[in-house]
Design a protein around this ligand. Sequence first.
Ligand SMILES: Nc1nc2c([nH]c(=O)n2[C@H]2C[C@H](O)[C@@H](COP(=O)(O)OP(=O)(O)OP(=O)(O)O)O2)c(=O)[nH]1
Length: 318
Amino acid sequence: MTPTLEAGPYTLRMLQETDAPAVHRLINDWSVVRMLSHLPFPYPRELADAWLAETRRSSSGGEAFHFAVTKDDALLGCVGIVLERNRRTASLGYWIGRAHWGQGVATAAAGRAARWALAALPIEHLTADVAFDNDASAAVLRKIGFREAGTGRKSFLSRGSEHPVQLFTGSREDIAPEPATTTNNTRRTVLVVAAALVDAQQRILLARRPEGKPLAGLWEFPGGKVEAGENPEQALTRELQEELGIDIAQSCLAPFTFVSQDVGRFHLLMPLYLCRRWRNTPQSREGQELAWVPADRLADYPMPAPDRPLIPLLQELL
Ligand SMILES: Nc1nc2c([nH]c(=O)n2[C@H]2C[C@H](O)[C@@H](COP(=O)(O)OP(=O)(O)OP(=O)(O)O)O2)c(=O)[nH]1
């Protein structure tokens, strides 16, 4: 299902059949349609109806997410995220009606959709392409964080011929970078405590970092930062209660291993505890997705770089 997202003054919502007249009016404009590879000019009204029906079909199948970009209920343009067949990559596309150019609509809307996709979909990166003469659109992609990834060629129906396109790619690190936490070269050490909760079937609980947090979309061991006045075990029992609603006796937290790694903005020091006993069933308390994962499937869940060396250690143990 395509969610509704807020992007500054704009709302991104699922496209509806009733958007057809506005879609037709905005796209049937040479300056817009010439940048879109697969549409003819003039753009007939029936194509708008057919396209809207197709977006609803692909959205319900979870293959694509097409958003209407609106302000005060008026349609300004569209943003789409289409999953590749392998589901590890998705492409981002957008168009904005000419009357709304130059106001930052595309940057706000496409940026919001890109960050949502990287946090919510099982993808590793996004791709996009723009016509060689579409400097404004290339600037939007760069502003969102996309990097140039070469050139290609595409046939443009509206122009009746093949033209070069600039290819772009954006990973989580590119598009949702973490805010800098240091202003000088000395990185402070941040103490983060985490737990590998292991159930009776020897599965480990992973939590997905939600949109809006650094590293959104990656899977991690539940836990968080140690606050002033707490020891690590107190911090971990507090975090597990807040995030999962479970009670853990500090005596049930067995030190397993630790991570000590420079992660750019700070130096991460993360003790990982093993825990097999707790009270209550772990539940998502902060909107984060949860997964019980057998040790031999851990590598299928993209994790922050410092966590990756922990996977073989857990596999060996379990
Ligand atoms: N909990 C957890 N954090 C991890 C793991 N791997 C990893 O790199 N981290 C990093 C991500 C974050 O930069 C940091 C944890 O910070 P956080 O922001 O989630 O901590 P918190 O729950 O206290 O959150 P907040 O109050 O600051 O929003 O540690 C992991 O496996 N579990």
